[in-house]
Design a protein around this ligand. Structure first.
Ligand SMILES: NC(=O)C1=CN([C@@H]2O[C@H](COP(=O)(O)OP(=O)(O)OC[C@H]3O[C@@H](n4cnc5c(N)ncnc54)[C@H](O)[C@@H]3O)[C@@H](O)[C@H]2O)C=CC1
Ligand SMILES: O=C(O)C(=O)Cc1ccc(O)cc1
Length: 366
C-alpha cells in the first residue's frame, strides 16, 4: 500500500484533507494534483503534500492507482470527459461529491462503471479551500462508498482498507439511499441554516440589534450557513427531488407547529421540545468527524479569576488528565460555562462525581 500513486482533480477543503491524510498515513505515496486555482497548486507543492502538480487534466494522471474527483459536484461531472481520455484501466476512479446518483449516471454514460466507486466523507466544515484542509478532518468520520455491482470485489476491499488507513470508517450504501439520507441530515439543514440567517438579516433593525445579541443557540444551528455557496448551489441542483420532498415535509411540520402555537396548545408544544430533546440526546457520542472521540463535561462556573484553575486542580489531584479545557463562548448560562475534554471515557463519570461532591453543577452535554 505504501507506494501507491494518488491523483486529485480539485484540491480544496476535502481533496486537500484527503491528500494530507494520505501524506500523513502513507508517506511514501506519490500525489499528483490539478486544480483550476494556481495558488492552490503552488501551496500544495510547497508544503510537500503534492509531488507533482499539473495545470490541466493530462497524461500525468495515467499512473494513478486512485484518482479522486474533488471539485464541486457538477464540475466533477464536467471533468469526466477529459478524465476518460487519460484514464488507465488500472486506475480506481472515485469522487467525494455530496450527491451520488448524478455522478453514477454520468459514469454509466461514459462506460466507466467497472472502475468507479463513488465516495463521500461525512466530514467537512464551513471553511473552503486547500488552505483550510487538514488530515484530522477524516478521523473517525463515516466515509460512504457507493460501489455498483459492476465493480470487482477486490477493488471494493482495497478502497475500504484505504479509507481505514486514512482514519475514517467505510460505510457501503446504495447511491439512491445515500442521496435520500444525506438530503435529510445534511442538505436540508444547510437550506434551513441559510434561510434562518437571511430571515434575521431581513427582520433586524437598522442598528443590527438581533445580530448583536444572537446567542449560542442561533450560532450553533446556523454555523453551516458560512459554507461555500458554489458547493451548496451544486448540491441543491443535483439532489433536487430528495431535498424538495423533505422540504415539503418540513414545511408541513412547521405549519403544524404554527397551529399549535396560535392555539396555545401547551401539551403539544411541550411534546415538540421534549420528544426532540430525547432523540437529540441519543445522538451524543455518535457524531462522526473529529468530535466523535470527544469525552467531555460542561460545568457552570462563576465568572471570576482563578475558577478554571480551581477546577483543573481538583481533577489533577485525583490524577484525571485533561485533554482540553476552555470557556464555552455562549452566555445562555448566567456565570460561565467551562468545557473539559478528557482522553478517556471513564474520566467523565469520575470527574462528574468529584466535582458534584465539591458543589459544582454539571450539564454533561457535549
Ligand atoms: N464542504 C464540505 O464540508 C464537504 C464537501 N464535500 C464535497 O467535496 C467536493 C469539494 O468541496 P469542498 O472541498 O468543500 O470545496 P472547496 O471549494 O474547498 O474545493 C473545491 C476545489 O475545486 C476546485 N475546482 C473548482 N472547479 C474546478 C474544476 N472545474 N476542475 C478542477 N478543480 C476545480 C476549486 O478551485 C477548489 O480548490 C464537493 O463535491 C462537495 O460536495 C464532501 C464532504 C464535505
Ligand atoms: O460542517 C458540517 O457540519 C457539515 O455539514 C459538513 C459536511 C458538509 C457536506 C457534506 O457533504 C458532508 C459533511
Amino acid at each position: 500500500m505504501s507506494t501507491l500513486t494518488f491523483g486529485f482533480i480539485g484540491l480544496g477543503l476535502i481533496g486537500g484533507s484527503i491528500a494530507r491524510a494520505i501524506r500523513q498515513n502513507l508517506p511514501q505515496s506519490q500525489i499528483i494534483a490539478y486544480d483550476i486555482n494556481a495558488d492552490t497548486l503552488s501551496e500544495a507543492s510547497q508544503c510537500g503534500v503534492a509531488n507533482t502538480v499539473t495545470t490541466k487534466i493530462d497524461a500525468s494522471f495515467s499512473t494513478c492507482d486512485y484518482l479522486f474527483l474533488c471539485a464541486p459536484v457538477q464540475k466533477n461531472d464536467e471533468n469526466l470527459s477529459a478524465v476518460k481520455k487519460i484514464l488507465s484501466p488500472k486506475t480506481l476512479l472515485t469522487d467525494v461529491g455530496s450527491v451520488k446518483s448524478e455522478i453514477h449516471k454520468e459514469i454509466k454514460k461514459a462506460g466507466l462503471e467497472r472502475q468507479f466507486i463513488g465516495g463521500h466523507p461525512m466530514a467537512g466544515s464551513d471553511r473552503v479551500g486547500f488552505i483550510n484542509s487538514k488530515a484530522v478532518l477524516l478521523e473517525n468520520a463515516y466515509y460512504i462508498l457507493t460501489p455498483t455491482a459492476s465493480v470487482p470485489e477486490n477493488k471494493i476491499t482495497d478502497y475500504k482498507n484505504l479509507v481505514q488507513q486514512l482514519g475514517a470508517i467505510p460505510l457501503i450504501l446504495d447511491p439512491a439511499q445515500h442521496d435520500y439520507v444525506t438530503a435529510a441530515v445534511s442538505h436540508l439543514p444547510h437550506i434551513i441554516a441559510a434561510s434562518l440567517v437571511n430571515l434575521v438579516r431581513d427582520k433586524d433593525s437598522a442598528d443590527g440589534l438581533m445580530k448583536m445579541i444572537a446567542a449560542g443557540g442561533f450560532k450553533d444551528i446556523t454555523r453551516i450557513a458560512s459554507s461555500s455557496a458554489a458547493v451548496w448551489q451544486q448540491i441543491c441542483l443535483t439532489n433536487t427531488e430528495n431535498i424538495s420532498t423533505l422540504l415539503s415535509s418540513y414545511i408541513a411540520s412547521l405549519q403544524g407547529i404554527q397551529q399549535e402555537l396560535n392555539a396555545k396548545r401547551g401539551d403539544d408544544l411541550y411534546e415538540l421540545f421534549d420528544s426532540a430533546r430525547i432523540y437529540r440526546d441519543s445522538f451524543i457520542n455518535t457524531a462522526s468527524g473529529p468530535l466523535k472521540s470527544s469525552y467531555a463535561i460542561t460545568i457552570d462556573i462563576a465568572d471570576e479569576p482563578g475558577e478554571i484553575a480551581a477546577v483543573a486542580t481538583i481533577l489533577a489531584l485525583k490524577n484525571i488528565s485533561i485533554k482540553n479545557i476552555g470557556i464555552v463562548h455562549n452566555r445562555e448560562y448566567e456565570g460561565g460555562v467551562l468545557r473539559i475534554e478528557f482522553y478517556q471515557e471513564e474520566a467523565i463519570e469520575r470527574s462528574t462525581k468529584i466535582l458534584r461532591e465539591k458543589g459544582y453543577s454539571l450539564h454533561n452535554k457535549n
